[in-house]
Design a protein around this ligand. Sequence first.
Ligand SMILES: Cc1cc2nc3c(=O)[nH]c(=O)nc-3n(C[C@H](O)[C@H](O)[C@H](O)COP(=O)(O)OP(=O)(O)OC[C@H]3O[C@@H](n4cnc5c(N)ncnc54)[C@H](O)[C@@H]3O)c2cc1C
Ligand code: FES
Length: 267
Amino acid sequence: MNPETKKKKVHALVVSQSEISPGIFDLRLQCALAYDARPGTFVGVYIPGNDLLLPRPVSICDASGDMLRLVYRVAGDGTGRLSALSENDSVDLIGILGNGFPLDKAAGRDVVLLGGGIGIPPMVYLMRVLGRDLSGTPGAPRSVCAVLGYRNADAFLSAECAAYGKTLIATEDGSRGIRGTVLDALKKEKIAADMICSCGPKPMLSAVKKAAPAGEIYLSLEERMACGVGVCLGCVCETADTDPHSMVHNARVCTEGPVFEASRVIL
Ligand SMILES: Cc1cc2nc3c(=O)[nH]c(=O)nc-3n(C[C@H](O)[C@H](O)[C@H](O)COP(=O)(O)OP(=O)(O)OC[C@H]3O[C@@H](n4cnc5c(N)ncnc54)[C@H](O)[C@@H]3O)c2cc1C
Ligand code: FES
């Protein structure tokens, strides 16, 4: 970790932005924060203009050298304005935020990545890093498989994920891949898993926690955030353990998360 960039507010240069699917934008930025990114971490994006003060949390979809890639859905005013940025514009970021997925635990394991909807972007980064490690280096997982869940055949980012390893698609309407949820696909294809990493809407994460095969499960939670840096307590989730400082069953998703071992959190 570069101490100069840890949780710093920095300027990023927009290298490109494109709409890869209706309402889904792929933003490529040049920024020193990229050196400190890891799969499952995120940045806070300050919205251009002076009226929307809170940074919007967005997961890192990939990072290489000083290049950072964010893929986001236009959900409201902030992300709407973000989507208007184009090449050579600049945008302020705070980061790198959050803990990321525990890559060190993947060694020798059958790792399955379960991504749903706008929880899919961080899975691309994770898939690339774990897929690369399959080259037989120490710490490599035994196998990696991504199962990506979509509403319909518009399976954004699935081709990129497939370039890094085995990738299955599940669609709610059955128009592509396996009809049903990511868990239906996991069961139907009899995919071995002794470590699961998942990111997606809360009902999906809750189902993964209940129904996934035995093994370690890591969930990337999404809560509404304000400061993004652990100060406002706006993003707490309920936990099974008591926090030793506050003596309450809470953890801050922005700081202790967003990735939690499933048994630690109550969904
Ligand atoms: C850790 C984390 C990672 C995320 N990664 C992605 C991603 O990779 N791609 C993506 O499309 N979206 C992601 N989101 C959701 C994204 O932050 C929201 O869609 C975005 O903040 C909406 O901002 P807005 O101004 O467009 O919407 P508005 O609804 O106008 O936002 C109003 C306020 O609520 C907050 N807010 C609204 N929805 C959310 C939400 N779901 N989570 C947190 N705060 C919210 C905003 O930050 C803002 O302060 C992530 C959220 C979290 C917590
Ligand atoms: S968003 Fe402020 S503590 Fe997490």
